[in-house]
Design a protein around this ligand. Structure first.
Ligand SMILES: [Cu+2]
Length: 118
Protein backbone atom coordinates (compact mmCIF):
# COMPACT_ATOMS: atom_id res chain seq x y z
CA UNK A 1 0.00 0.00 0.00
CA UNK A 2 2.95 2.33 0.63
CA UNK A 3 3.98 2.06 -2.99
CA UNK A 4 0.66 3.24 -4.43
CA UNK A 5 1.16 7.04 -4.38
CA UNK A 6 4.47 6.71 -6.22
CA UNK A 7 2.89 4.48 -8.85
CA UNK A 8 0.12 6.98 -9.47
CA UNK A 9 2.61 9.81 -9.74
CA UNK A 10 4.71 7.80 -12.17
CA UNK A 11 1.71 6.99 -14.35
CA UNK A 12 0.63 10.62 -14.51
CA UNK A 13 4.08 11.68 -15.58
CA UNK A 14 4.14 9.03 -18.31
CA UNK A 15 0.69 10.00 -19.50
CA UNK A 16 1.68 13.67 -19.81
CA UNK A 17 4.70 12.97 -21.97
CA UNK A 18 2.63 10.66 -24.22
CA UNK A 19 0.10 13.44 -24.67
CA UNK A 20 2.84 15.86 -25.74
CA UNK A 21 4.17 13.34 -28.25
CA UNK A 22 0.67 12.85 -29.71
CA UNK A 23 0.12 16.59 -30.05
CA UNK A 24 3.45 17.03 -31.78
CA UNK A 25 2.66 14.20 -34.24
CA UNK A 26 -0.75 15.73 -35.06
CA UNK A 27 0.82 19.13 -35.75
CA UNK A 28 3.46 17.58 -37.98
CA UNK A 29 0.96 15.41 -39.86
CA UNK A 30 -1.29 18.35 -40.71
CA UNK A 31 1.73 20.01 -42.29
CA UNK A 32 2.69 17.05 -44.45
CA UNK A 33 -0.70 15.84 -45.70
CA UNK A 34 -2.78 18.34 -47.65
CA UNK A 35 -6.33 17.52 -48.72
CA UNK A 36 -6.24 15.19 -51.73
CA UNK A 37 -7.39 16.82 -54.97
CA UNK A 38 -9.07 15.16 -57.95
CA UNK A 39 -7.51 16.38 -61.19
CA UNK A 40 -8.57 15.65 -64.76
CA UNK A 41 -6.71 15.39 -68.03
CA UNK A 42 -8.85 15.55 -71.19
CA UNK A 43 -7.78 13.47 -74.18
CA UNK A 44 -9.26 15.10 -77.26
CA UNK A 45 -8.19 15.67 -80.86
CA UNK A 46 -5.09 13.50 -80.29
CA UNK A 47 -3.84 15.65 -77.42
CA UNK A 48 -3.54 15.48 -73.64
CA UNK A 49 -4.82 18.62 -71.97
CA UNK A 50 -3.24 20.06 -69.94
CA UNK A 51 0.01 18.90 -71.46
CA UNK A 52 1.82 19.42 -68.15
CA UNK A 53 -0.10 18.65 -64.95
CA UNK A 54 1.18 19.14 -61.43
CA UNK A 55 -0.25 17.03 -58.64
CA UNK A 56 0.65 16.08 -55.09
CA UNK A 57 1.07 12.66 -53.52
CA UNK A 58 -2.41 11.46 -52.55
CA UNK A 59 -4.19 13.28 -55.39
CA UNK A 60 -6.17 11.35 -57.99
CA UNK A 61 -5.64 12.02 -61.67
CA UNK A 62 -8.31 11.03 -64.18
CA UNK A 63 -7.68 10.75 -67.91
CA UNK A 64 -10.94 11.18 -69.86
CA UNK A 65 -10.98 10.05 -73.48
CA UNK A 66 -13.28 12.31 -75.51
CA UNK A 67 -12.08 11.05 -78.88
CA UNK A 68 -13.99 8.47 -80.93
CA UNK A 69 -11.12 5.97 -80.75
CA UNK A 70 -8.99 4.47 -77.96
CA UNK A 71 -5.93 6.02 -76.34
CA UNK A 72 -3.68 5.13 -73.44
CA UNK A 73 -1.27 6.89 -71.09
CA UNK A 74 2.02 5.12 -70.49
CA UNK A 75 4.95 6.51 -68.50
CA UNK A 76 8.01 4.87 -69.96
CA UNK A 77 10.24 5.05 -66.88
CA UNK A 78 8.72 2.78 -64.19
CA UNK A 79 5.70 5.05 -63.90
CA UNK A 80 2.21 3.93 -64.87
CA UNK A 81 0.28 2.22 -67.65
CA UNK A 82 -3.40 2.94 -68.15
CA UNK A 83 -3.80 0.20 -70.78
CA UNK A 84 -6.42 1.03 -73.40
CA UNK A 85 -8.92 3.78 -72.54
CA UNK A 86 -11.97 3.26 -74.76
CA UNK A 87 -13.86 6.20 -76.31
CA UNK A 88 -15.93 7.94 -73.62
CA UNK A 89 -14.15 6.05 -70.85
CA UNK A 90 -11.65 7.25 -68.29
CA UNK A 91 -8.81 5.91 -66.18
CA UNK A 92 -7.89 7.05 -62.68
CA UNK A 93 -4.44 7.02 -61.10
CA UNK A 94 -3.74 7.68 -57.44
CA UNK A 95 -0.48 9.58 -57.27
CA UNK A 96 1.70 7.73 -54.77
CA UNK A 97 5.22 8.45 -55.93
CA UNK A 98 6.95 11.79 -56.33
CA UNK A 99 8.62 12.46 -59.62
CA UNK A 100 8.36 13.78 -63.15
CA UNK A 101 6.61 11.26 -65.37
CA UNK A 102 6.90 11.79 -69.11
CA UNK A 103 4.17 9.74 -70.72
CA UNK A 104 2.88 8.97 -74.19
CA UNK A 105 -0.03 7.31 -75.90
CA UNK A 106 1.68 4.27 -77.36
CA UNK A 107 -1.07 3.99 -80.01
CA UNK A 108 -0.17 7.49 -81.26
CA UNK A 109 3.46 8.14 -80.26
CA UNK A 110 3.19 11.83 -81.16
CA UNK A 111 0.91 12.30 -78.14
CA UNK A 112 3.25 13.28 -75.31
CA UNK A 113 2.64 14.89 -71.94
CA UNK A 114 4.06 15.18 -68.43
CA UNK A 115 2.70 14.45 -64.98
CA UNK A 116 4.66 16.03 -62.14
CA UNK A 117 3.97 14.65 -58.66
CA UNK A 118 5.31 16.72 -55.77
CU1 LIG B 1 -3.72 7.88 -78.60
Amino acid sequence: MHALPDQVKGMRKGHASLWIAAAWCAATASHVFAEPVHRTIIIEAMQFSPRVLEAHVGDTVEWINKDAFPHNAVASAHGFNSTEIAPGESWILEARQRGTFDYVCTLHPGMKAVLIVK
